[in-house]
Design a protein around this ligand. Structure first.
Ligand code: AMP
Ligand code: MG
Length: 347
């Protein structure tokens, strides 16, 4: 299959072409504010099964259903409780996925066999225009090969999926850079299943206390039952083994410097890069004090290591407040939760 690159900035028919492909049951890579999505008609089980094939994604890993109007929630979710409405009011359109009980018209293949469904109203104008042009809700996981870092440019999507999908719509680099926050409203209390573009603090400002799923902090065994199935799989990983070194930028840089061998790589903050020059392959992902910039750069930096000869990578990691929780979660997952915590034992 020839994968078409569609550019709305140069071609006024690009959005309509993407919509027509989606209506015809094809899979299309689309830009969103979080990461690129691999979209298909969420109501068509055959189209959705092609997403799983193109990515090599395990069947029990549910997809998020993307909408472009609040009214669509009623067609997808069995209930739209006041807490969900309050979240939608505060953070939609935006990088937040709300899990609700699903309606029967959402096929089981879309929800990974669950009776619940993740719904998101993205803010990216091109994503919204494509959903409207398709005329159906779009199921879309991140547009990467399963296990690889998510994609934040159309070129990343080409690297992973060229030849396997009908088209990719180029909307430029993603402005958030990490995936949406996933919050479940299906249990007794609201539960954060995945940190992302909306922070835990922002959720709690609307919902009060939010429980944090265990899968955010530790590695979950492949055989275990978890609330967000995606959290148990190896994810975001470059080919080389990653070790996260958690501590202040100075302490982690000192520690990493002492470990460097012949084929080491370092994923570090901009302001620590000079320290490693000539000693290791260095990829930076933003200033130590700017987690929003780190979110935009982290997946691209992880991908760049695959063009190098590194056999091991040491990674710095931001503190877990604000969007730093999402950045540190992605780096820890890239490392398979192989973490050196220099703050352990400190008060
Ligand atoms: P991706 O789009 O690749 O970021 O994957 C979407 C992720 O959202 C999944 O891996 C799950 O962790 C989560 N998710 C989607 N739908 C549900 C659901 N119904 N219940 C729990 N988690 C979900
Ligand atoms: Mg993904």
């Amino acid at each position: 299959m020839q994968t078409k690159l569609l550019c709305p900035s140069a071609d006024p028919t690009a959005i309509e072409q993407a919509g027509a492909l989606l209506r015809a049951g094809e899979v299309v890579g689309i830009p969103t504010e979080t990461v690129y999505g691999l979209a298909a008609n969420a109501l068509d089980p055959v189209a959705v099964s092609h997403i799983f094939e193109a990515k090599g994604r395990p069947q029990d890993n549910p997809l998020i259903v993307h909408i472009a109007s609040l009214d669509s929630v009623q067609e997808i979710a069995a209930t739209f409780p006041p807490e969900a409405q309050a979240l939608a009011q505060a953070y939609w359109p935006g990088p937040l996925t709300i899990i609700l009980p699903k309606q029967d018209r959402i096929p089981m293949v879309t929800s990974g066999g669950l009776n619940t469904v993740g719904i998101r109203f993205p803010s990216h104008p091109i994503a919204q225009a494509i959903i409207c042009a398709a005329g159906v809700p779009l199921a879309a996981p991140s547009a990467n090969l399963s296990g690889r870092p998510s994609t934040t440019t159309a070129q990343h999507v080409m690297e992973d999926l060229n030849g396997n999908i009908a088209a990719i719509v180029d909307g430029g680099p993603c402005t958030v850079g990490v995936e949406s926050t996933v919050v479940s409203l299906c249990g007794e209390r609201p539960r954060l299943l995945r940190p992302g573009g909306i922070s835990l603090e922002q959720l709690e400002a609307v919902l009060g206390t939010v429980e944090v799923d265990r899968a955010l902090r530790e590695k979950i065994d492949d055989t275990e039952k978890v609330s967000a199935p995606g959290m148990k799989y190896r994810h975001y990983a470059p080919k080389a083994q990653v070790t996260v070194v958690f501590g202040t930028p100075e302490a982690s840089a000192d520690y990493i410097y002492a470990q460097l061998g012949e084929n080491s790589g370092v994923l570090c903050f901009d302001d620590c890069a000079a320290r490693f020059a000539g000693k290791a392959v260095v990829e930076t992902f933003g200033p130590s004090g700017d987690a929003a910039e780190q979110a935009r750069e982290v997946f691209d930096a992880l991908r760049r290591f695959d063009d190098t000869d590194c056999t091991e990578i040491y990674a710095q990691c931001p503190p877990s407040d604000g969007i730093g929780l999402a950045v540190s979660n992605r780096i820890k997952k890239a490392a398979g939760f192989h973490i050196i915590d220099l703050t352990e034992g400190q008060a």
